[in-house]
Write a protein that binds this ligand. Structure first.
Ligand code: ADP
Length: 281
């Protein structure tokens, strides 16, 4: 329904206000793997929306957080799912006591405040939800709010960013050409072994040699991808394994728990991957 009752005040953390996350003093750590920072900055300066394509756990979210910091803009993140409605993005009337008040949704808030709006896994959202972003992606940069009659001009600094994982099976879902052709696409892949080891070292605090060993193992596991893994192990999983190792969990146990378990339930595949762990680590 477009009307919902709430008496709960929105939770506001130290760097949160009104659903906007303002960048802190320190840059979120992001290791660039190409010219993505320059392309994104140029898109931001020229009002072009951006699509981040790539597998899960390869640094897309971290990149957006880093760019929000660089550009000094607040960030609004929405995790998309198939129940997400247009009103969830734009806003709705709420009944508070005897009053009816309009509450901006995250997209509206971002447009009003010149924030970066990150729609994560956009493909999970229904097409009738996705179309509400269209008017923000053309030269007019407006957001028509049907329920209030307002036609909101996006504030300077506003930028739409969507992410999308092309390798993952989405069933019948796909992004419509009429949507995807509105975005500049930045392609993300897993970093080269050297860069990936540097990321793992930084994110976990383990020694360089151990980071390299984990990355080498993971790249072997990635080659098993065509043996029935839905997704190959990501940088995120290596970081998780490395954090267990940093917490004194023995390395093989850490690999099993953080690197293999999350990938599959298939006993044969798990056994094959486990063999690789014991012969490598
Ligand atoms: P995605 O949004 O693509 O699913 P994330 O941005 O959440 O992935 O990345 C997962 C984790 O991997 C991050 O929390 C970070 O620890 C690490 N990571 C991946 N790529 C990078 C990178 N280029 N620079 C810094 N950290 C990275």
């Amino acid at each position: 329904s477009d009307y919902s009752r709430t008496d709960a005040a929105p939770s506001i953390g130290p760097d949160h206000h009104d659903g906007l996350r303002y960048p802190g003093p320190d840059a979120p750590f992001y290791l660039a793997t190409g010219n993505e920072i320059a392309v994104f900055e140029t898109c931001h300066a020229r009002g072009l929306p951006v699509m981040l394509k790539g597998p899960t756990g390869c640094g897309k979210t971290r990149f957006v957080e880093h760019m929000a910091w660089r550009l000094g803009r607040p960030l609004v993140t929405v995790a998309c799912h198939d129940d997400l409605s247009a009103s969830d993005l734009t806003g709705r009337y709420l009944i508070r006591g005897s009053d009816t008040v309009w509450l901006d949704g995250p997209l509206t808030r971002a447009a009003r405040h010149g924030a970066l709006c990150y729609l994560d896994e956009i493909i999970e959202a229904r097409q009738d939800t996705v179309v509400v972003i269209h008017p923000l992606t053309d030269d007019r940069r407006v957001l028509p709010l049907d329920k209030t009659g307002e036609i909101l001009d996006a504030a300077p600094g506003f930028q739409l960013v969507i992410s999308y994982n092309p390798g993952y099976q989405h069933g019948l879902k796909d992004l419509k050409p009429s949507t995807r052709q509105r975005f500049v696409a930045l392609e993300f892949a897993f970093p080269s072994p050297e860069l990936e080891a540097e990321i793992v070292e930084h994110e976990s605090g383990i020694e360089r040699d151990r980071a390299i060993a984990l990355v080498t193992l993971t790249n072997r596991l990635r080659q098993l991808g065509d043996r029935g893994l839905a997704e190959v192990p990501s940088t995120r999983l290596i970081v998780a394994a490395a954090r267990l190792v940093a917490g004194n969990i023995p390395v093989r146990a850490a690999c099993h728990a953080a690197l293999l378990g999350p990938l599959t339930d298939d006993p044969e595949l798990l056994a094959a991957m486990h063999d690789l762990v014991t012969s490598t680590m």
